[in-house]
Design a binder for this molecule. Sequence first.
Ligand SMILES: *[C@@H]1O[C@H](CO)[C@@H](O)[C@H](O)[C@H]1NC(C)=O
Ligand SMILES: *[C@@H]1O[C@H](CO)[C@@H](O)[C@H](O)[C@H]1NC(C)=O
Ligand SMILES: *[C@@H]1O[C@H](CO)[C@@H](O)[C@H](O)[C@H]1NC(C)=O
Length: 473
Amino acid sequence: MGKIVMVSFLVLVLVMCFGVMAMAMNFDHHDEDWGMDPKEEDWGGQQRGGHRHWFLLQRSRLLLRTEAGEMRVIRSVGQRMVHKHINVGFLSMEPNSLFIPQYLDSSVVLFVQTGRANVGLVHRHELGERQLRAGDLYRIPSGSTFYLQNVGEGQRLELILSIDTSEGLRMGTLENFFIGGGNYPKSVLAGFDSEVLTSAFNVSSSELRHVLTRQQQGPIVSLNNSHSSSDLWRKFVSMEEQDRLQELRKLVDLPNEQEQSQTWSWRKLLNSMFGTIENEKRKQNHHEHAQKAYNLYNRKPDFKNNYGSSLSVDESDYSPLQNSGIGVYLVNLQAGSMLAPHVNPTATEYGVVLRGSGHLQIVFPNGTLAMKAKLKPGRVFWVPRYFPFVQVASNNEQLQIFGFTTSSQPNRPQFLAGSSSVLEALRGPELAAAFGVSEGRLNRFVNAQREAVILPYNAERNTKAEGIPMADW
Ligand SMILES: *[C@@H]1O[C@H](CO)[C@@H](O)[C@H](O)[C@H]1NC(C)=O
Ligand SMILES: *[C@@H]1O[C@H](CO)[C@@H](O)[C@H](O)[C@H]1NC(C)=O
Ligand SMILES: *[C@@H]1O[C@H](CO)[C@@H](O)[C@H](O)[C@H]1NC(C)=O
């Protein structure tokens, strides 16, 4: 009996939380929705000595917030110039909370910044539950049911997400749709009149009212308190893994069994509304078997010297990235070091400062400064493909940057300085002629730096002569 109640409750909640998050960015619309700070208004224009700050992604949109957590998505700007962009999201969950089972219409690659999570993911015929810890990468395909539980003792769970909306429901908006819901989240179904709904669901109007007003806690629920829905979710998370996944699988498979009959099925409704979900799910399932997480912190760096280390993860390291078409990187710069000026020839890059401080310079391909800005924890920036840039750690602390790139192929940055630079490779009379200096002089110039990739940064030598004030928004 308890089980039947449980299942039907889960059906309802799953229906309720079919959180179709159409997260697409288009900057012609809804500017006022973004809570724009007036001093950030003219991001596209020239500012303070010719630099711009439109490579900093500062405006985040609150996608959902409950007493137990919140999810934000960073608004990107000026990205019409890149063919593919990533929406960077942040999910934060209080101790002992659950992001209840739902589908998204976007696929998500998540990175566990801090805390421990239990993620359950259901494909049509495969079930998997994984423990995730700090440093882990994990992919959630669009259209797959998943839930996330914060299992870190007294610890917040902080996730950084890359959200691929290319198969999303709608372009140009950023919103979630809750097919069902209650007082919170509100159901889109609430827009229909009760005759339609009682017929559609074949239930009495009192049953309908009961269902559509029950959900109060939103999609991230606390397992601490005594709400009735907390109670049900507590039961859910305390089931044996097999039982829990079994319950979810029933939910996912249930509609398929009904598809033959004439009865209403919520999946049919969803399919007619959102077309692609079923196909997407099928497609993903062919490629993805029980997924593993991939830990960045356990990985040996690709490059390491006295000044820092860096690593990147592509599809050859972690195959689920192939489906998302993104890569991941992590850079550690010791105090007073810099990642040599470089260009990404194949991908646009998004960075999130995890810890430390320093600064970032980005230049236009025509050799003028595009932006110079301070880096501090939580800052998000993006660098279009072909734009040369440099990250510099401050003198007193290590700088750590995590990020996504828009290609799951190995991203081979071209260094413009240091002993592995393209200048080094091109050294010769042609390059000397290009700079208009003698070959000997060019050689001395190019050879002066003995280190590669991550270099010491000599702040004293960096006089104020350039006269460019640093942006500090
Ligand atoms: C509606 O529910 C009743 C009783 O539960 C059932 O007999 C009937 O077949 C259902 N109708 C449809 C169209 O599902
Ligand atoms: C649950 O209780 C713990 C310990 O009292 C607290 O740290 C945590 O924030 C609570 N979680 C939620 C979601 O309220
Ligand atoms: C360099 O390119 C940028 C961006 O296209 C442009 O705004 C700027 O005026 C250019 N500067 C020069 C000197 O051509």
